[in-house]
Design a protein around this ligand. Structure first.
Ligand code: FAD
Length: 495
């Protein structure tokens, strides 16, 4: 089954040269790559030939600039080369080569992290978009390359009456990108995070070893990589569980003026699991005097069956006058943000800086943390970006390095800010606001979902992992002893 990978024939860097920008060697003394063009002026004496590749390693300014940017547009670290792999062997070759010469490496998916997580100053960024084949989709699961977007996997699966159990709200993210951090969505209440729905993975460890692992084979590596923030291995392929797909989704927007009432109903909905998808948001009141709340839920079904509205809405305390019910084909539901994203692109706001922060709050402290944050928050502080607030059951999350509060119920609280106007002072203020919100959450037993824009020191990371830190550090020593992988997270100092 074909995905969106570009076919690239076997070639050497020399043969693959793009206007002289293809890499031919590495200069370990000058710590730089030698391109075909620069080699024309004489090869440095100590230069080491680059490995043979199926794809290409490029240094052209456009490729480097793209790899030095992301959806946040806040952090910019320029690599010295970008690998567009033509095969998994290319990744093995470049990681081994990087080990020998102590070059940092990170894989980049769709570049939707917001704070340089996929960037590598002076190293190599591996662009997973050229490894994007959907190999198999059937009742045993989907086998996909790491560069496949969830949207493409969902479309292929739905076409066969199946679907990944958990999808993110925005589905133009790569499989490798979300499996590195977790992958939360409206179905997390039932199935956990996307990392909890993975059956098997193929990875290239920081040592350059190609390994396949699962719950029953090389389990320690399997557990470490899923939610391991790219610290131990590059994920090259995953087998993802699939469940039967519905054909339709009925979506319900239920409004609340009071935080405590909203949270109580959200807890009730989580406990009885009556909706297929359960999310919710905080919104500014129409008169801009404060904040209100809405449950954003959906019931999936297959026609001619239909959801029982009365049963779904029974016992809740929303404002019935403002209830909105909408019908979707399931594919359109999965891709429901597409029109909003298109609009934001048209008006340019999509390309503004996005100093996001995502927090996980223990249920018992959610009301006080959220009300403290909202007391000081204005629309200028969010740039009108959405504020998510919805619960999930932490007992369904099984990966050891996904850190969540130590209570059965936790809430995702996300400030998805846009810097408007897109100026450094606005970005700085928002990033500082993220830190304030994070400290409030942390002191209440909360954690961060590490995809956002937060200054985070190695001390903060130790605190983040808490009692899991020794195991996290031991896994780093075992799988990536030279600490070359994914430095953009800032977890480990370079030794
Ligand atoms: C508009 C938008 C909506 C979002 N909605 C959700 C949501 O609903 N739920 C949710 O959970 N998240 C959501 N996110 C966050 C998103 O899941 C993460 O930022 C994710 O990492 C982005 O995937 P990507 O392919 O863009 O990865 P990138 O930004 O390219 O990379 C992110 C990190 O993953 C690493 N990485 C990427 N690929 C691999 C790989 N194959 N192997 C090892 N490491 C790898 C990178 O090195 C980097 O550290 C959203 C983000 C945006 C911008």
């Amino acid at each position: 089954m074909s995905g969106s990978a570009r076919p690239l024939g076997r070639r050497t860097f020399l043969a693959g040269a793009l206007a002289g920008t293809a890499v031919v060697a590495f200069d370990p003394l000058g710590r730089g790559w030698v391109t075909e063009a620069s080699a024309a002026g004489g090869m440095p004496a100590r230069a080491v030939a680059a490995p043979r590749l199926d794809g290409e390693l490029v240094t052209d300014p456009a490729a480097l600039a793209e790899a030095a940017d992301d959806y946040g547009h806040i952090v910019h670290r320029t690599p010295v080369a970008v690998l567009r792999p033509g095969s998994v062997d290319d990744i093995v070759a470049i990681v081994r080569y990087a080990n020998r010469h102590r070059i940092d490496v990170a894989m980049r998916g769709q570049g939707h992290a917001t704070y340089g997580q996929a960037q590598v100053r002076g190293g190599v960024v591996i662009d997973s978009r050229t490894l994007a084949t959907i190999h198999r989709v059937d009742a045993r699961g989907a086998v996909v390359d790491a560069g496949v977007r969830w949207l493409d996997l969902a479309r292929a699966a739905i076409g066969r009456g199946l679907t990944p159990p958990v999808l993110t709200d925005y589905v133009e993210l790569s499989v490798g990108g979300t499996l590195g951090c977790g992958g939360i969505g409206g179905a997390t209440q039932h199935y956990g995070l996307q990392v909890d729905t993975v059956l098997e993975i193929e990875v290239v460890t920081g040592r350059g070893e190609l390994r396949r692992c699962s719950r029953t084979r090389d389990r320690a590596l399997f557990e470490a990589v899923l939610g391991g923030l790219g610290q131990f291995a590059i994920l090259t392929r995953a087998t993802i569980r699939l469940v039967p797909a519905p054909t339709r989704a009925r979506a319900y927007t239920l409004w609340y003026s009071d935080l405590e009432t909203y949270l109580a109903d959200q807890r009730r909905l989580l406990a009885d699991g009556r909706f297929s998808s359960l999310e919710g948001q905080v919104a500014r009141t129409g008169d801009d005097s404060g904040w209100e709340f809405f449950v954003d839920a959906a019931a999936y079904y297959t026609a001619p069956g239909a959801p029982d509205d009365a049963a779904l809405l029974a016992g809740l305390h929303f404002d019935p006058a403002r209830t909105v019910v909408a019908e979707y084909d399931f594919v359109d539901w999965v891709n429901r943000l597409a029109s909003t994203v298109e609009f934001l692109k048209q008006i340019g706001v999509w390309y503004f800086p996005h100093p996001w922060t995502d927090l996980f709050l223990p249920s018992s402290r959610t009301a006080d943390v959220v009300s403290t944050v909202l007391a000081d928050l204005t629309l200028a502080d969010t740039g009108q970006g959405p504020v998510l607030l919805y619960p999930f059951d932490t007992s369904k999350l099984r990966r050891p390095f996904v850190e969540v509060p130590r209570e059965r119920v936790a809430f995702l609280f996300s400030l998805l800010r846009t810097a408007v106007p897109p100026e450094p002072a606005v970005v700085d203020r928002m990033v500082a606001g993220n830190r304030t919100a994070y400290e409030l959450a942390r002191d209440a037993g909360g954690t961060r979902y590490p995809i956002g824009s937060l200054h985070f020191s190695s001390r903060d990371w130790r605190d983040h992992y808490g009692r899991d830190w020794p195991a996290f550090a031991a896994a780093k020593a075992a799988y990536d002893p030279r600490r070359i992988l994914t430095p953009g997270q800032g977890i480990f100092e370079t030794p």
